[in-house]
Design a protein around this ligand. Structure first.
Ligand code: ADP
Length: 220
């Protein structure tokens, strides 16, 4: 399957993407994670991306699209993929369509994770992530690690993402509403959008997502 995941920052895209990718046996492709990997390796791309990310803005399309394309062209993505954080505006969605058309492929579904603004702000403000693996996510009040500052899964150091500060979060939400939300209408016109609530326990949201994707698949 080829799936795009959309939703505001803090909706749980990364958490759900990891689980869904495992269940659906496709690679999880996160442009945010790819940028963060470049930042920790201190590449030129990482340096460029960091300045935009810390301000809560989108990294320019040209570099983002090239990076996403390169990842989608890896052999493990031949049979499908789950995109998390890409596309993030209409021109990226158009570029993705163009790429897929060239390869004779198409998307199967766009999964829209819905969460109210107060909830995503709370989730992001307390979010702590493991330096070793961004899939190891904790929360200061909702999901505390056994030992403060240490990842329960692998013992890695927990940290707060630079772009999870309150000011940057507000900017990211504004960017989401103005630039990313329009891709939902873009994909609705193609009949691809499946919307689910991102509220409730993580397992329940995963179950909801898998059921919604299955219904979509059966309906074809
Ligand atoms: P979240 O979904 O919680 O906002 P991500 O890890 O997906 O977090 O993205 C973090 C930041 O990385 C974004 O605010 C943006 O600066 C940059 N980024 C990620 N994906 C894209 C993209 N497709 N286009 C432009 N910038 C991106």
């Amino acid at each position: 399957m080829r799936i795009v995941l959309v939703g505001p920052p803090g909706a749980g895209k990364g958490t759900q993407a990891t689980r869904l990718a495992e269940q659906l046996r496709v690679p999880h492709i996160s442009t945010g994670d790819l940028f963060r990997a470049n930042i920790s390796r201190q590449t030129e791309l990482g340096k460029l991306a960091k300045s935009y990310m810390d301000a809560g803005n989108l990294v320019p399309d040209e570099v983002t699209i090239a990076m996403a394309k390169d990842r989608m062209e890896q052999p493990d993505a031949e049979g499908g993929f789950l995109l998390d954080g890409f596309p993030r505006n209409v021109s990226q969605a158009e570029a993705l369509d163009e790429l897929l058309t060239t390869e004779g492929m198409k998307l199967d579904a766009v999964l829209d994770l819905e969460a109210p603004e107060e909830e995503v702000v709370k989730r992001i403000a307390g979010r702590r992530i493991c330096r070793n693996d961004s899939a190891h996510v904790f929360h200061e009040t909702y999901k505390q690690p056994a030992k403060a500052g240490v990842c329960d899964v692998c013992g890695g150091e927990l940290y707060q993402r630079d772009d999870d500060s309150e000011d940057t979060v507000r900017k990211r939400l504004e960017v989401y509403h103005t630039q990313t939300e329009p891709i939902i209408d873009y994909y609705k016109a193609q009949g691809l959008v499946v919307t689910i609530s991102a509220l409730g326990p993580v397992d329940e949201v995963t179950k909801r997502a898998l059921e919604a994707l299955k219904r979509e698949d059966d309906g074809r």
